[in-house]
Design a protein around this ligand. Structure first.
Ligand code: SF4
Length: 437
């Protein structure tokens, strides 16, 4: 699953879409990473591919890898309306309709000549680093790429949080793999010797950026919320969930973002949407599940046109759950990397996910829960109805369910989604009126 969005225009000039300053910095960072990937061969850099949840960005940087994140490539192609054709190409090549559409969009892109979302070449990886954090598809996805290109693969097996907590032996097991398998493989492929002080330095930067990211996401506790914690947050999480966590550029980006949002709070402003500032906040929602990318703006518009703001989402935690206190710790570098992977949202059991959502509803004073169920994402979809019922029972707040897909445009039915959302907003109104009497 994952997470990095850039505004869909190609140059920094005024256009119909409104953006905050930090959004431009974000866009430049992301484009820069695609350029680094495109020029990796010419600059003699090795290329790694790794998934967003449980990514070991700081560690990969210690070995000078250029870093590609396959889910991010797929969603970028989705936003640029390229994924539909890639998915059909992958299906013609034998992938079933039920396979995660990120996988098919990625495979289709490779079949189409390995041109990345920005139009620059995306080189074949020298290394697939599979940090396995709860989604079985990750494993099958890299198996397919390895089969196709014969890339070297190294796997970090992260035990599932079946009992809802991290035991010391789980952490030790991950650390042992880092020491015995992952680091030696990264050294061998890159030809760079591991320097733990370099890792510590990156982790110092990570912790600073994480602090400002958490502050940003928690700013939605204000009324009106100065941000949208789902549609807006996918821009905010971009740098830290991908190739920039641990860099001074990411630290700078989050500091700028924080300053902008502090100003919005001071002025009592709501979130910036693609059509400008949202005027009146009528509904405050918590959302579970990833967004739809192929109709991202239309989807968001259905919310802000009706005055609905998402104050918290589970998706904005998919590359790291930081709001309950975890930070990368330079004093315990490998242990801390292990705890980061173990704590990923995809690695949490259902009771932990329910607890998290109930906490959000309470702390962000939300009107209810909306689940966007993704047709082809088994990892998020499994158990969502149970989550919905349990959250309703525990909070007494109304919950609703819509269905879309990540990057397959065939599974976004605008009329259906809009109808359901409108009924849900009415339901919230009725609940409020009933409570007032
Ligand atoms: S199934 Fe879901 S969590 Fe797994 S890779 Fe696909 S989108 Fe990500």
């Amino acid at each position: 699953m994952n997470a990095i969005v850039t505004p869909p225009t190609s140059s920094r000039k005024p256009d119909a879409i409104q953006k905050e300053d930090a959004m431009w910095i974000q866009k430049e960072l992301i484009n820069r990473n695609y350029h680094e990937l495109a020029t990796a061969r010419a600059t003699n850099r090795k290329v790694s591919a790794t998934f967003v949840p449980g990514n070991l960005n700081e560690l990969l940087m210690c070995f000078d890898f250029a870093r590609s994140l396959p889910e991010t490539n797929a969603l970028q192609n989705g936003m640029r309306k390229k994924s539909g054709r890639f998915i059909m190409d992958a299906e013609r090549d034998g992938q079933s309709e039920d396979v995660c559409t990120y996988v098919k969009a990625d495979l289709g892109m490779m079949m189409g000549g390995e041109i990345g979302p920005t139009g620059e070449p995306l080189p074949r990886p020298d290394l697939l680093l599979l940090s396995y954090t709860g989604c079985f598809t990750f494993m099958k996805w890299f198996e397919l790429i390895r089969q196709k290109y014969g890339c070297e693969t190294v796997m970090l097996h992260v035990p599932y949080q079946g009992e809802g907590r991290i035991n010391p032996n789980m952490r030790d097991y991950v650390v042992k793999q880092l020491k015995d398998t992952v680091i030696p493989t990264l050294e061998r492929i890159s030809g760079v010797k591991f320097d733990i002080d370099r890792l510590r330095q990156y982790m110092r930067e990570s912790a600073k950026a994480e602090e400002d990211l958490v502050w940003t996401l928690q700013s939605a506790k204000h009324r009106p919320s100065p941000i949208d914690g789902y549609f807006g947050a996918v821009y905010y999480i971009g740098p830290i969930f991908t190739a920039f966590r641990g860099t001074p550029e990411a630290t700078q980006y989050y500091a700028t973002l924080r300053t902008e949002i502090e100003e919005r709070i001071r002025l009592g402003k709501g979130p910036v949407t693609p059509d400008g500032e949202m005027s009146e906040e009528k509904y405050r929602l918590v959302v579970e599940g990833p967004p739809n990318w192929t109709s991202f703006r239309d989807f968001w518009k259905m919310f802000y046109d009706d005055g609905a703001v998402v104050v918290a989402s589970t998706y904005s935690k998919v590359g790291g759950v930081y709001d309950f206190g975890f930070r990368h710790d330079p004093d315990r570098p490998l242990e801390s990397l292990a705890e980061y992977c173990l704590g990923c949202y995809t690695n949490l059991n259902l009771p932990s996910r329910v607890d998290m959502i109930c906490k959000y509803i309470d702390e962000y004073q939300a009107d209810g829960l909306l689940i966007n169920s993704i047709k082809s994402c088994n990892s998020f979809s499994a158990g969502q109805l149970l989550v919905l019922r349990e959250v309703e029972r525990r909070t007494g707040k109304p919950a609703a369910f819509i269905e879309t897909d990540l990057v397959d445009p065939r599974y976004f039915s605008a009329a259906n989604v809009k109808n359901r959302l409108e009924s849900y907003f009415q339901m919230i109104q009725q609940k409020r009126s009933a409570a007032a009497h």
